[in-house]
Design a protein around this ligand. Sequence first.
Ligand code: KG4
Ligand code: ZN
Length: 376
Amino acid sequence: MLVLGIETSCDETAASVVERCPSSGMIRELSSVVASQESIHAPWGGVVPEAASRAHAERWLGVVRLALSRAGATLDSIDGIAVATQPGLIGSLLVGVSAAKGLAWALGKPLIGVDHVVAHLVAAEIGAEPTPLPAIGLVASGGHSSLLRLGAGGSIRLVGHTVDDAAGEAFDKAAAILGLPHPGGPHLEELAERGDPRALTFSVPHVQDGLGYSFSGYKTALLYAVRGAPARRDARGVAESAPPEPLTEQRRADLAASFQHAVVHALVRGIRKAVEREREDLGAAGAVEPTRAIVIGGGVCANRLLRERVESLGAHLGLPVRMPPPRYCTDNAAMIAAAGAHRLARGERDDLSLSAHSVSALVRGHRGRPLQGSHP
Ligand code: KG4
Ligand code: ZN
């Protein structure tokens, strides 16, 4: 089965063709084209939504054509068109969704909507064995930090998510504070290699029984370490503030290493809590199937320290860890095509009323309670 995937949820215009083996369920990438908009947004220090949608509108057709030709495929030879429908920038998502609908209608082929966050976890299966289910998944990217439970048969439940910044967003803001270019995650990781992670300690927020995340406090602590904390008045009304340590090259590296260590520690702690919670529920009810794997995805999962720490956690908990290679961690369309191929294989498809949503259906309506749903 050949599936064309289209991804336009943020600042990458991407298209890919994957093949799914009907017997093993294995996914093979035939092509994956990613047209980055980094140079368009870099001068602004972040993604400009209107500029992103315009660039998607100008580029999507060329990107799809290239993906088809690199795969040696044609529009006639594909079996379905998958597209990211949520979450993301609404104007950007609409470009991809409209394009996929137009193609599906004109060709009379199945249309399959895909949740971008779920697709980040399916990325671990491209060119690899399918992930054993049920699994606990962490998606950590520029827009999302979510813990999910993936059940057999495509069921999915949100276990916890960030109450403020996403992990990647926190990396990007911390990098900006340290004077590094956007997107800052990879630059901060490089700087952190020369630093001491014990230089600055961060207080750890306790969110959603340890299953949720909050990263904005880490960013503020870093800002104060660089620029100095705001003055506080003592009992006599005298303003006191300690001046920050001079920002030498070594101090910058130490702060980068400390920040990276704190964020990675929080992300890994959330996975451990989620697995432990599932095990407690299993002990109590006996009806839940045991967790059989840990899977991670999203741009932040390209981070080497995070990958090492998740591997160690898996070894400690006796669970296999599935993680995509770095090129499938950041946004791409192969993961959209792969998630779409799984849905199509289950006999699922969408009609032309398919719409785009800025917030994932898994998070919409979530009020700190686990929310049931299904792929995508
Ligand atoms: O998954 P992605 O490409 O886009 C979203 O869906 O948001 O993730 C991009 C994010 C950016 O915030 C970027 O700084 C971060 O992933 N990132 C990293 C690394 N590589 C990318 N963060 C930490 N370490 C890295 N090596
Ligand atoms: Zn993403």
